[in-house]
Design a protein around this ligand. Structure first.
Ligand SMILES: [Zn+2]
Ligand SMILES: [Zn+2]
Length: 85
């Protein structure tokens, strides 16, 4: 049901963003926040429209279905005044 058969476990590469890996290479990419914070590999096809880094939907970002998806890092950065937790 999917073309995504490969996974790219490399570190985030600004010259070859997660957006590029997912859309062009059709590769699954590990959520960068799971990786950085928990040293956990959780493959995803979601990427942040702002920083172009992969995130796992639900826990580390949201895909609204319209407009760009946003990871929690960019979300908290853009709405830091509203952060309550
Ligand atoms: Zn995650
Ligand atoms: Zn982001």
């Amino acid at each position: 049901m999917s073309d995504f058969t490969a996974a790219d476990f490399g570190r985030y590469d600004p010259d070859r963003t997660d957006e590029h890996k997912i859309l062009t290479d059709k590769a699954l990419v590990p959520c960068r926040m799971c990786w950085d914070i928990f040293a956990r590999v959780r493959l995803t096809l979601r990427f942040c429209g702002s920083c172009k880094r992969a995130f796992c939907e639900g826990e580390h970002g949201n895909f609204t279905g319209r407009g760009p998806a946003v990871c929690v890092r960019c979300f908290s950065r853009s709405s830091s005044q509203l952060a309550s937790n």
